[in-house]
Design a protein. Structure first.
Length: 754
């Protein structure tokens, strides 16, 4: 038995701490009660293995919580081991603490308090003095919380967790333990006392049930505000907290950054590796983003492959470092999985410069994100400047284009197409124009990129184009004009499931009509494009591959698809004068046209020099300002006879394998850096001289042209501009003469022009 002094100290301890239910003195092994403040026999108690040493508190142990049915309260056992001078345990002072009375603790605002069990895991929680119990260790997130010991209560900690989550845990623990009856009350209590006890108990149960209902509602709110896949807050939470953060920034006159991260290439990952791999990638990225989490930052999953952020910043320059960390987190998450072509694009909008309400800032951040994608992906953009201007233009187009369609504001101008060898017009292309408020007309470059990006706008414009093309073709027939009508089709409209239905309803017969489809649209979905192309051919339409040569594997796909016409992009025509490689593309197009029976037309022919060069390359059909700029329909009908070109029968096409001669016919090509990059032997023209010596060496201009060519390549930048210009002009003259002689020799000698 403990000494009288020990028992006196125990009584003093109990008096000082009323929350203690009972104090026991146990044997040194802690397996029997030797003395207790409660009238109970010496009996076995909880095993010592259910106790654990409190961190940083020598000789003090904490046990698992137990439910005391007599007190209808949860209690926690505490032990203090008393040792002698040699460190040998003499006995244990144990206490049962009524946890229901711990609500007198001073809990910090917005913090939850929890107790540790024998395994150092939290099991009891308080929120603003309200008691709740945690039965499961998987429900509460372990990441991102701050744990702080409560002074004078070494077995407790504080952690920041949502109230609703804490109260949900309490309900799951308590609902099965609530007594369903009052039990038998022993003693000599009077009827009034018993009635008072019953009433108090019922009131207590009623209050608990109300707390349970509140907890259930809060739990539903938690589920509604969190993404189940990544455990991040969701879009609803982002919008709610964002508005609160904006109000705070307005009050404190601080800058608030709103950001959107969109994953580049995520759809391909889902299609290639499956949705399970896509989900794992999203979870990995979410964990990485939480690693860069700062105290007041909000990181959410907006849905799909988009994540949202908002937080206070010092200045816009901070976002460069923050964006780098976010993009690095994405790359790091991808690196831990399979080899995937995944990156991220981030858009930022900043209060107050980019807007003063959250919805506007959110929309502007979205605009900036798309600008980041357009800039090459794996980068970030701030709203403002060019991004702001483009956004305003996009909004304006979306608001005004639907009203402009079919009105006097939107019209199709006509640009003629001609066969220069026959000297006649053979068609027109319909090019849309939008009248501005000052009466001038906007070209498609001002708005078509926005229209083509929106399926609703491009489809609405395309349907109107079908109607106008059918009407225009009928007008030409009535006027006796044998002219075809060409109409551009937007890529997204062409691949839309309802494209053929739109065509059947508004332009069912394709006689005399050519639909121009960009190479990019045709290559986006080759299988679908081929099916649609066959259906169009069955309806009598001619098909033209527009902007030929701008995509990948053009020759292969153009050979597979049933196109009637290849339209060489105007950029090739512009590049003829300073990019010899353009000849290779044009030559390949000419070869494909000759072998497959497809017509070849060059758009962008702007002057006689362009025309001469094109015809020497074997081209005959043209479109461009050399004939006429796009003009209104009535003007074309009135003046079309004045646009008839003169036949160009004097210019003979150069054989395909002799095209290097044409490099020096373009006057400005002589100023190109290739003159100084190559020697006379490595230049394409020099190689041609070596290979064609035996075949064309007897031609009058061959030898002199070769001499001038070698002299041209001996020039350096140190030679005067006048000397270089004179030599280059002389080379051009010899090249023209040599081209005529080669073409004449090919015809008279009966050689086959490839």
């Amino acid at each position: 038995m403990p000494s009288t002094r020990t028992l006196e100290q125990v009584q003093v301890l109990r008096a000082q701490h009323p929350k203690v239910i009972a104090i026991n003195i146990q044997n040194a092994l802690g397996n029997r009660i030797l003395w207790s403040t409660l009238p109970q026999r010496s009996q076995p108690i909880v095993s010592a293995g259910d106790f654990a040493l409190l961190p940083d508190h020598q000789n003090r142990f904490v046990g698992k919580p137990t439910y005391d049915n007599s007190l209808h309260a949860w209690a926690i056992a505490m032990r203090y081991v008393v040792h002698d001078g040699q460190g040998k345990p003499l006995f244990i002072v144990a206490s049962q603490i009524n946890m229901m009375k711990l609500n007198t603790l001073a809990i910090s605002p917005n913090f939850d308090l929890f107790l540790l069990d024998a395994h150092h895991s939290p099991f009891v929680f308080f929120r603003h003095g309200r008691f709740s119990l945690r039965p499961s260790r998987q429900i509460l997130p372990a990441r991102g919380q701050v744990y702080v010991q409560v002074p004078e209560y070494p077995w407790t900690m504080e952690a920041k967790w949502p109230t609703s989550m804490v109260e949900k845990i309490w309900w799951h623990a308590e609902k099965d333990r609530l007594p369903i009856d009052i039990g038998i009350v022993l003693g000599i209590l009077g009827l009034g006392t018993l009635s008072l006890f019953v009433l108090a108990r019922e009131m207590r149960l009623h209050n608990r049930k109300e707390d349970v209902l509140i907890g259930e509602r809060d739990h539903q709110k938690v589920l509604a505000l969190h993404d189940p896949l990544t455990n991040l807050p969701n879009r609803t939470y982002f919008l709610q907290t964002g508005k609160e953060a904006l109000a705070q920034a307005q009050r404190e006159q601080k800058q608030l950054a709103i950001g959107i991260l969109d994953l580049d290439g995520f759809k391909e990952v889902n299609d290639t590796f499956g949705h399970n791999m896509g989900d794992q990638l999203l979870q990995s990225i979410a964990r990485r983003l939480q690693d860069i989490y700062r105290g007041d930052d909000v990181i959410t999953r907006l849905g799909g492959d988009e994540f949202g952020f908002h937080f206070i910043i010092g200045n816009a320059g901070d976002l460069a470092l923050i964006s780098e960390r976010i993009l690095t987190a994405v790359i790091g998450a991808v690196a831990t999985m399979a080899d995937m072509p995944i990156s991220g694009s981030i858009g930022w909008a900043i209060f107050p410069g980019d807007g003063d309400d959250f919805n506007t800032l959110f929309a502007h951040a979205d605009e900036a994100m798309y600008a980041a994608k357009a800039a090459g992906k794996s980068t970030f953009r701030l709203y403002g400047g060019p991004v702001c201007q483009l956004a305003q233009q996009r909004i304006w187009v979306h608001q005004h284009l639907p009203r402009a369609i079919g009105s006097e504001q939107l019209r199709f101008f006509l640009q003629p197409q001609a066969d220069m060898l026959a000297g006649r017009l053979d068609g027109v292309e319909m090019l849309v124009r939008w009248r501005r408020e000052d009466g001038r007309w906007n070209t498609p470059g001002k708005f078509m990129s926005i229209v083509e990006a929106d399926i609703h706008l491009i489809r609405e414009l395309g349907i109107w184009g079908f109607q106008e093309a059918a009407r225009l073709r009928q007008r030409f027939v009535q006027l006796g004009l044998d002219l075809g009508v060409s109409l551009n089709i937007g890529a997204r409209h062409f691949l839309h499931p309802a494209f053929l239905d739109d065509l059947e309803q508004h332009c069912p017969r394709g006689n005399g009509l050519t639909l121009e489809i960009t190479e990019t649209a045709a290559l986006t979905d080759l299988k679908t494009s081929a099916k649609i192309a066959v259906a169009l051919k069955d309806r009598g339409f001619r098909l033209s591959m527009d902007d030929f040569g701008t995509g990948y594997s053009s020759l292969l796909y153009a050979a597979k698809l049933p196109f009637d016409e290849l339209k060489l992009d105007q950029d090739f025509i512009r590049n003829f004068r300073h990019d010899p490689a353009s000849f290779a593309v044009a030559g390949a197009a000419r070869l494909l046209g000759d072998l497959s029976g497809r017509s070849l037309i060059a758009e962008g022919i702007a002057n006689p020099d362009d025309l001469a060069l094109w015809m020497r390359m074997g081209g005959t059909r043209i479109q461009g300002y050399h004939l006429s700029p796009p003009i209104p329909e009535n003007a074309f009908v009135t003046w079309h006879s004045c646009l008839l070109p003169r036949p160009q029968s004097k210019l003979t096409a150069c054989p395909l394998d002799d095209l290097p001669i044409l490099i020096h016919i373009a006057k400005s090509s002589a100023t190109a850096p290739d003159v100084f990059r190559h020697t006379a032997r490595t230049c394409p023209m020099g190689t041609w001289f070596d290979h064609k010596q035996e075949k064309y060496g007897q031609l009058p201009s061959f030898r002199e042209a070769k001499i001038v060519h070698e002299r041209l390549h001996r020039l350096t930048k140190n030679n005067s501009i006048t000397e270089r210009a004179a030599t280059q002009q002389k080379m051009c003259d010899f090249a023209i003469q040599l081209c005529e002689e080669v073409a004449h020799c090919t015809v008279t000698c009966g050689s086959t022009i490839a």
